[in-house]
Ligand binder design. Structure first.
Ligand code: PLP
Length: 396
């Protein structure tokens, strides 16, 4: 223990995985637990993609470090089709989850990490492990927890020429909120002015309820890397397949990451990559699957939102994904009477008293004293609900 790397010392296991362990422990004790803590897709992997995996179970060779050529081509075409972006196969990097690729990006790029808060749990710990400096940018509930161009500009002005990666995640984990085209355009102006490397985490893009997700890469193509993968929209988190799309101007970063990849994970699992080709090629069945997924999530989202709203809890209305970020501040006095003064106390008490597992806002970079929490509404039988949704007319 004495020889533990100083960057690792004191870092706990990822918070979302932690709550899952505690929930499982209570489950094992026979308690009824509502698992709203872990951010996992409730839906099964689309059948045609599963079939591709079965058909390719015999694939056993190491694949190219950057990924199977056919998959990189399918991902490039996917972005041409959905975002009008001029990617080619050579612009794409495949990895065992976008999380791993984010870690390697931070490893190879010598600059600070800038993250709006609240944000996904793993960005900052990854930077700490590598020894990178993290800057948190403030957002407000009133503005749906979105980063404003003014706040980004204010941050950059302090040291205009400093190399930095800004992570923009939309639809957002933990809030579900996304940016409008105009907001993305305004952020792009600031990003261009300060030569920011924008890591655009769009892993929930296909789960935008409107079905019309827009990437900031449309407005800042030369400086944006788009992160995505199969984990959320194809329900395949456990398959571990992530994608990064680089503009040609940032190919040097892709090349550097490929060196690290070649010395670490070598290549992503071969059968999974063959199956992923099918997912990125799209088609009528995948479009149907996504439409139904969005419908189910939107219906749940609207119902939960209105229940929380009428209970006096303040919640920014999500645009996509399966998260919500309620703020129990309006109930602070009532909660204090029960000895609850922080988000953590709130979540612990909820789990013990009601079996509802959600995560406190401080896991997402919010102040400890805040009464915010993330709710992931995914504790249902996704296969059953999807099948039922298919029977209901689209306009219902
Ligand atoms: N980015 C966000 C915002 C996430 O919520 C997650 C997963 O929870 C990831 C990235 C990681 O996804 P992957 O499974 O591709 O590593």
């Amino acid at each position: 223990e004495i020889n533990l790397n100083l960057n690792i010392r004191g870092l706990p296991v990822s918070a979302t995985l932690g709550i899952n362990e505690k929930s499982n422990q209570l489950l094992a004790e026979g308690k009824k637990i509502y698992k709203l803590g872990l951010g996992q897709s409730p839906f099964p992997v689309p059948e045609s993609v599963v079939r591709e995996l079965q058909n390719n179970a015999h694939q056993k060779d190491y694949l190219p470090v950057r990924g199977l050529a056919a998959l990189r081509d399918a991902v490039a075409k996917y972005y041409r089709r959905t975002q009008d972006l001029a990617f080619l196969e050579e612009n794409i990097l495949i990895g065992p989850g976008s999380k791993e690729l984010m870690f390697i990006l931070q490893l190879v790029y010598y600059g600070d990490l800038v993250i709006p808060t609240p944000s996904w749990v793993s960005y900052a710990p990854q930077a700490h492990i590598i020894g990178r400096h993290v800057h948190w940018l403030q957002t407000s509930a009133a503005n749906k927890w979105l980063l404003t161009p003014e706040e980004l500009e204010r941050h950059c002005q302090d040291d205009p020429s400093k190399p930095r990666i800004v992570i923009l995640n939309y639809p957002n984990n933990p809030t579900g909120c996304s940016y409008s085209e105009q907001q993305l355009q305004e952020l792009a102006v600031v990003a261009r002015k300060y030569h920011i490397i924008m890591l655009s985490d769009e892993i929930y893009g296909e789960l935008n309820f409107s079905g019309a997700h827009r990437s900031i890469a449309r407005y800042y193509p030369e400086g944006t890397i788009i992160a995505s993968g199969l984990s959320k929209w194809a329900g395949a988190g456990g398959w571990r397949l992530g994608t990064f799309a680089f503009p040609t101007e940032l190919k040097w970063l892709l090349d550097a990451m490929a060196v690290v990849a070649s010395e670490t994970f070598t290549a992503t699992s071969a059968p999974i990559q063959y199956a992923a080709v099918r997912a990125f090629q799209g088609g009528a069945d995948l479009e149907g699957y996504l439409q139904q997924s969005r419908r189910v999530l939107k219906a749940l989202n609207d119902w939960i939102w209105s229940r929380l709203d009428s209970a006096g809890v303040s919640v920014a209305l999500p645009d996509g994904a399966f998260y919500m970020f309620p703020d129990f501040e309006p109930l602070r006095k009532k909660l204090a009477e029960r000895g609850i003064n922080t988000g953590e106390e709130l979540c612990n008490r909820l789990l013990e008293d009601t079996g509802v597992a959600i995560l406190p806002g401080n896991c997402f970079g919010r102040p400890v004293e805040e009464l915010t929490a993330r709710l992931a509404f995914v504790d249902f039988d996704g296969a059953k609900v999807l099948a039922a949704a298919r029977q209901i007319p689209a306009d219902h």
